[in-house]
Design a protein around this ligand. Structure first.
Ligand code: NAD
Length: 332
């Protein structure tokens, strides 16, 4: 069995080497994205694996993969909108993805941001850096997490991992989800959306982005939250109306925000040397606030995540090569 991997980053290499050795499979790699110029790397391979940054639009690429005998395009990520499904159908190519790789990675970032905000680290830091003020003013006194209520919107793979960690820390965890899962009852109490907003000291979002969840947190919802509450969004930027969030933070309607995702982030998150003009004003406004913590969609970025993305994808390709059925086929 031979597999060609595109878009390979240095952090993936040890996991690829390890997997290839253990499974006795030849894996050919390139750091380049798949194009008609380098599709030949896939000659003689039963599968290719991609982590595409942009859409793969050239028909010749799909046609050549078919001619080479490639059976599957294995995406090492969740998203698959970069693949042209008309061409995969025409050239008889399966497409797999990795929908779950490490819910704990995102859950741990959520907890980290919440604790950072709760202990007002950014605000202390700002006072030390800007004013050389090292004192403990009355308004910066913190609460301890076991006295607080954490409210989750969406408890799937990630939300439930967040609930487990916060409940292990002694917090009361309440949650709203359109679906009820009895397995999560030991560490959370299901309630309705408005109760989560009204009662939680930390409101954390963990739903997918759908038309029905876009801007689920706007002016009205922010007003329903406690003035002392923090909003965490490590899910998708568009779940929050950013303008309304900025307004609420400026007006002191909520105490702060932790954001690993922001609406329209793809033009700058994940890029370097981003020009001043390409950084949105909303980001600049939020980044200046000491009671806001922003990370560049890096919640997923752990060794475990990267290892799992590589291994789950390659395991699927090996299953296919042996005539079996992989865990997730996205185009059938
Ligand atoms: P999941 O599908 O396992 O869980 C989502 C949950 O949301 C489900 O239980 C579903 O019933 C619920 N839900 C759907 N619509 C809802 C609504 N309107 N109100 C309340 N609940 C609703 O997904 P997951 O793997 O836990 O991912 C959750 C979010 O995290 C997604 O938005 C995903 O894009 C994001 N994510 C972020 C990162 C990162 O690095 N920051 C990495 C991976 C995933």
């Amino acid at each position: 069995t031979k597999i060609a991997m595109y878009n390979v980053s240095p952090v993936e290499v040890p996991y690829i080497d390890d997997w290839a050795k253990k499974n006795d499979v030849e894996v050919k790699t390139t750091d380049k994205p798949l194009t008609s110029e380098n599709v030949d790397l896939a000659a003689g391979c039963s599968s290719i694996s991609l982590k595409p940054l942009g859409p793969i639009t050239e028909e010749i690429v799909y046609q050549k993969l078919h001619e080479f005998g490639v059976k599957c395009i294995g995406l090492r990520i969740v998203g698959f909108n970069t693949i042209n499904f008309d061409f995969t159908k025409k050239y008889d190519l399966l497409v797999t993805n990795v929908p779950v790789y490490s819910p704990r990675a995102i859950a741990e970032m959520t907890v980290t941001q919440a604790m950072y905000l709760l202990r007002k680290i950014g605000v202390f830091r700002y006072r030390m850096d800007h004013d050389h003020d090292f004192t403990w003013p009355g308004d910066l006194i913190s609460n301890e997490i076991y006295n607080l209520t954490v409210g989750l919107i969406g408890v799937g793979h990630i939300g439930s991992a967040v609930a487990q960690i916060f409940s292990a820390m002694g917090a009361k965890v309440i949650a709203y989800d359109v679906a009820y899962n009895p397995e999560f009852e030991p560490f959370l109490t299901y309630t309705d959306f408005d109760t989560v907003l009204k009662e939680a000291d930390i409101v954390s979002l963990h739903t997918p982005l759908f038309p029905s969840t876009e801007n689920m947190i706007g002016e009205k919802q922010l007003k329903e939250m406690k003035k002392s509450a923090y909003l965490i969004n490590c899910a998708r930027g568009e779940l929050v109306d950013t303008k309304a969030l900025i307004k609420a933070l400026k007006a002191g309607e909520i105490a702060g925000a932790g954001l690993d995702t922001l609406a329209k982030e793809s033009s700058y998150f994940g890029h370097k040397n981003v020009s001043e003009d390409d950084i949105p004003e909303d980001y600049k406004t939020l980044a200046k606030m000491p009671n806001v913590v922003i990370t560049p969609h890096s919640a997923f970025y752990t060794k475990t995540s990267i290892r799992n993305m590589v291994q789950i994808c390659l395991n699927d390709q090996l299953t296919i090569a042996k005539g079996g059925r992989p865990r997730t086929i996205v185009n059938q």
